[in-house]
Ligand binder design. Structure first.
Ligand SMILES: Cc1cc2nc3c(=O)[nH]c(=O)nc-3n(C[C@H](O)[C@H](O)[C@H](O)COP(=O)(O)O)c2cc1C
Ligand code: SF4
Length: 711
């Protein structure tokens, strides 16, 4: 159990120049796409930031204010700070954040070579020097609809990709726009300003030797490449005065970019920024923007504490405070501050998943923090030019819609199914005052999410969180209870919510019932030890004995141990075919290839893992290809026989993948049979989650949250 003392360094007050914060937790700047299309801050974005302040963050950095709006902007609903007309909305954000005791800054930016609103308008994008266009692999694993979503700006009449090498006059104008925007932020009541000097936007483009090929005093050696940053800082400092908190975000490194920003460059740049007058350095990183997997190296790092060492390196070289960022969990953050590695910890995704994280830590309720599962759904939406959201927290970006308000009349509610949809529905309905019974036919909560946590470890934290909420609340929890019409009749609920997960349809080909063919359900039951009959019959005596031992030891109850056990033994041969290229099949392929299986995936559709948000899909598919997994798309299954899986490929030719075991990981469809059998037994019967149409974690939790509020 945690207590507030467990995070005493993270929760201790901090200071950036004249800015004092109640703790060291900073909400990282995130473009939310929640402003109005006009660039104004309306109710939706005001509420979004207010919620994070209310949740206890010390400093909220609003992302990302366009200084030349609509020029130099990169999202359709980006915040503008280019004119006084935007002041009222900005002031409202500042006031609403202040009302909850947090401090607020705004990150100011010009997007330069990725200013998609310039493309949409046919305006040339400002760059230090015209870049060489590189094809990259960004679109390789996208559906045509996703390609259209990502490149929506190209559909505007007059859209054109053009670059403009900035002249000295342009540079002077840019510097003036930064200074004016900062001064505007000060007038709007913001407590500080962060100059965006990272992530491939204009300043970082000048800083990077890979994108700055100028031969004047703004190009060449580092001192020249950093000139724009230094001049922006000086001009802004002069405009906002010596005491106004001002800092910059920098790339500590460019990953996968030949000749990009090196760690030593970043050290020296940070020193120059300090000399020019910043009060802090925010240490991020960047990577090749044309390479899908690179995005999960930077800026949205997949690796826990991925940039901490880089932040520590900079902190050794500057006197001003350093803000570290990049998948830093609170316990790690506390240690980093204690050891002097950084002065503040910025959290992005964790505060989308749970804005109340700081308050919960302070109240000694760390176990009640809703965990981020690093699924990239949030930023995947931004890629598609949509609004920010969170797969595990439906309220993110829709704060008003998902407020929990007491029910007008308390009702007796029966929730059937203890997966994420059922648990979230039970949680929300109970918080609203309903009298909830939650029945789960197996002996444990989590449903398919429990199994997916074997494959994808971080999902286990979500199971733990939901389970804790359900157990802590006044919910009548009945495990091992298979609900029948008689049961419902006796309980006499006013509302029944069916959340029993999907139905799996087997492919209609010969061989699906062979002993070396496992369905997803078989595998789940074997690995979680939930079914000792049907699936176990496919095992040898020795294998069955091992499983029994596992359950006696409680191994299958504990996902981390089960995961470890599966590194040494699994009821599958060396060569495995997975039929199904959706999220489930691809996650399984990752899991098995990491366990030295030779894996082939056979997918009916042309695009793999379409349910995975883009950056995650890029990462996982890249990993599979590196592991030598065979990925076959556009195939039709013919049969499963002694040799393996026979299929017809995209070219119409018949072929066989020779394997020892086959897993059928496709065919999940809606499952309304139980709900239908209960019709008429209660005034309201609802189906949610995968049994009403497969929506995985995001869909399940969203459905649960919705129905919990509607009852
Ligand atoms: C949806 C989303 C939007 C983001 N937009 C920005 C941005 O506009 N400016 C920026 O500097 N970083 C942006 N980031 C990066 C975050 O500030 C942060 O550096 C990154 O998410 C790593 O921190 P985390 O692991 O705590 O999420 C964004 C991140 C997310 C998830
Ligand atoms: S969408 Fe996924 S990655 Fe983003 S904050 Fe939510 S859980 Fe984390």
């Amino acid at each position: 159990m945690s207590n507030a003392n467990s995070f005493k360094h993270l929760l201790s007050p901090g200071r950036i120049g004249s800015l004092e914060t109640r703790n060291r937790i900073v909400m990282a700047p995130m473009g939310s796409n929640l402003a109005e299309a006009s660039g104004h801050c309306g109710e939706r974005i005001q509420r979004y930031y207010e919620e994070r302040a209310k949740g206890g963050a010390g400093l909220v950095i609003m992302g990302v204010g366009a200084i030349a709006f609509p020029a130099g902007a990169c999202n359709p609903n980006q915040v503008a700070i280019s004119d006084d007309e935007f002041l009222p909305g900005l002031r409202a954000v500042a006031d609403r954040v202040h009302a909850h005791g947090a401090k607020v800054a705004i990150q100011i930016q010009h997007a330069g070579k990725v200013a998609t609103r310039d493309i949409a308008a046919g305006r040339p994008m400002w760059v230090p020097s015209v870049p060489e266009l590189k094809a990259g692999d960004l679109f390789n694993d996208l559906t045509p609809e996703e390609v259209a979503g990502v490149t929506a700006y190209m559909a505007e009449p007059g859209a054109r990709v053009r670059f403009h090498e900035m002249t000295h006059e342009d540079i002077a104008e840019l510097i003036e726009m930064f200074a004016a925007a900062a001064e505007r932020a000060k007038r709007a009541g913001f407590d500080g300003v962060e100059i965006h000097g990272a992530h491939g936007y204009i300043i970082s483009c000048f800083l990077s030797p890979a994108s700055n090929h100028r031969d004047d005093e703004y190009g060449g050696p580092l001192e020249n490449r950093a000139r724009l940053l230094v001049e922006v800082i000086r001009a802004t400092r002069e405009r906002v005065g010596p005491d106004f908190p001002l800092w910059c975000r920098l790339d500590s490194k460019e990953f996968r970019v030949e000749g990009g920003i090196a760690v030593e460059d970043a050290w020296r740049t940070a020193e120059m920024a300090e000399e020019a007058g910043v009060d802090a350095i925010h240490v991020s990183a960047y990577a090749d923007p044309t390479c899908g997997v690179a995005f999960t190296d930077a800026p949205l790092v997949h690796e826990p504490c991925g940039y901490v060492e880089l932040a520590e390196g900079i902190r050794k070289r500057v006197q001003v405070p350093v803000i570290a960022v990049g998948r830093i969990e609170p316990d790690e953050g506390d240690k980093i501050i204690e050891s002097g590695g950084a002065d503040f910890i910025a959290m992005g995704r964790k505060l989308l998943a749970d804005p109340e994280l700081p308050t919960k830590l302070a109240e000694g309720r760390a176990e009640d923090v809703r965990p981020c599962i690093y699924c990239y759904t949030c930023v995947g939406r931004i890629f598609l030019n949509d609004a920010n959201c969170c797969a595990v927290n439906p309220a993110t970006g829709r704060e008003a819609e998902f407020e929990i308000v007491p029910a007008a009349k308390a009702k007796k509610v029966l929730v059937i199914g203890g997966g994420p949809a059922g648990m979230e529905a039970a949680r929300v309905a109970t918080l609203r005052g309903h009298d909830v019974t939650l029945c789960e036919k197996s002996e444990r909560l989590g449903g398919t999410l429990y199994f997916s946590s074997l494959v994808c470890e971080v999902n286990g934290k979500l199971v733990e969180y939901l389970e804790k909420q359900v157990r802590d609340l006044r919910i009548d929890l009945r495990l091992g209870e298979e609900v029948t019409p008689q049961f419902v009749h006796q309980l006499a609920p006013e509302v029944v919510v069916v959340a029993v997960g999907p139905r799996y349809a087997l492919p209609d080909v010969p061989g699906v019932d062979r002993s070396d063919v496992f369905t997803g359900t078989d595998l789940r039951n074997l690995m979680t030890g939930s079914d000792k009959s049907a699936a176990a019959e496919k095992l040898s005596v020795g294998q069955r004995a091992m499983l029994t031992m596992g359950s006696l030891l409680g191994v299958s109850e504990r996902t981390s141990l089960t995961r470890e056990l599966t590194r040494h033994w699994m009821p599958l041969g060396t060569r495995v075919a997975i039929v199904g290229g959706g999220l489930v099949g691809i996650e399984l392929a990752e899991f098995l290839s990491e366990r030295d299986r030779e894996v082939s995936v056979l997918a009916e559709k042309p695009t793999l893992a379409t349910e995975m948000a883009l950056p995650r899909r890029w990462r996982v598919l890249h990993g599979l290809r590196e592991h030598g997994v065979t990925l076959l798309t556009d195939v039709s299954l013919v049969e499963i026989n002694d040799q393996g899986v026979v299929y017809t490929g995209a070219d119409g030719e018949r072929a066989t993948v020779e394997v020892d075991s086959v897993i059928l990981a496709a065919g999940a469809t809606e499952n309304t049979a139980l709900a239908e059998s209960l019709a008429g037994l209660a005034p309201e019967v609802h189906t949610i989650g995968d049994c009403s149409g497969v929506g995985y974690i995001e869909g399940a939790i969203l459905d649960g949250a919705r129905i919990g509020r509607e009852i």
